[in-house]
Design a protein around this ligand. Structure first.
Ligand SMILES: C[S@@+](CC[C@H](N)C(=O)[O-])C[C@H]1O[C@@H](n2cnc3c(N)ncnc32)[C@H](O)[C@@H]1O
Length: 236
């Protein structure tokens, strides 16, 4: 059980996967609560606020959207009638099952169980290239070396003028905070996550061969007001 400041410590992807599979089988208030960690009402409100922000920042009309780490597929709900097609990938079989059950009736909307660090391009249900990539509350579960793999994968499955939208809890301290096998009272489980600094995310996104990285605070991460904040990044 640890709370590590500054150290670049790896977390276990298997434990992350088990954590999300377990949440799928808990008696939570709503499917949104599985991934947003709040009660039904607050999760629904946050989903609406995030959708509004996304619509203001990114025009998806006629675009092919790829979401990596799609969870229960809430961004499909947000975008299915606003883009040409949407593909969500996630390594949690339990969450992919929920996403399929809930949203796969939508036209041109697909979900696939796949690890973000091993994207099998020839198996993708929508043929690349993609125009827009979404990382939403996802990069915080990925170790530094694996992020490099993912940025390369994104470059290889996207058009040259792609837009990448990321929404991640970010450290507001000078260094990152890593929760490693940290027992969370709120989540009633051991939790693993990396809260990187904005500069660390900027360095990571610089591998995406884009010209501009826009970053802004979204709203305070409700779990911890002093050490982390919720930020979004538009990379294009
Ligand atoms: C907090 S949830 C966010 C889900 C969704 N993006 C959203 O905004 O609702 C994080 C998701 O990332 C997925 N994830 C974490 N590491 C992954 C990996 N290496 N490959 C694929 N999915 C991963 C988890 O299974 C989980 O569904």
């Amino acid at each position: 059980m640890s709370r590590l400041y500054g150290d670049n410590e790896d977390i276990s992807p298997d434990k992350v996967k088990d954590f999300f599979n377990d949440r799928a089988n808990r008696d939570l208030e709503s499917d949104l609560s599985i991934v947003l960690f709040q009660d039904k009402e607050n999760s629904a409100q946050r989903h609406e606020e995030e959708k509004k922000l996304f619509y203001n920042k990114i025009d998806t009309s006629g675009k092919k959207v790829l979401e990596i780490g799609c969870g229960i597929g809430r961004w499909a709900e947000a975008l299915h009638d606003k883009c040409e097609s949407y593909l969500g990938l996630d390594f949690s079989e339990e969450l992919i099952a929920i996403a399929k059950k809930t949203y796969e009736g939508y036209d041109d909307c697909y979900f696939q169980e796949m690890s973000a660090t091993d994207i099998k391009v020839e198996e993708l249900l929508i043929e690349p290239p993609f125009d827009i990539v979404i990382f939403s509350g996802f990069l915080m579960y990925i170790n530094d070396d694996d992020l490099k793999i993912i940025m390369n994968e994104v470059n290889s499955v996207c058009t040259d003028n792609k837009i990448v939208f990321a929404m991640e809890p970010t450290s507001c301290m000078e260094t990152r905070l890593t929760l490693k096998d940290f027992y969370s009272e709120g989540l009633e489980a051991d939790y693993n996550a990396i809260y990187r600094t904005e500069q660390e995310y900027r360095d990571i996104f610089s591998d995406l061969n884009c010209n501009e990285i826009f970053a802004e605070d979204l709203f305070q991460d409700l779990s911890d007001h002093t050490e982390t904040k919720y930020m979004y990044y538009v990379i294009e």
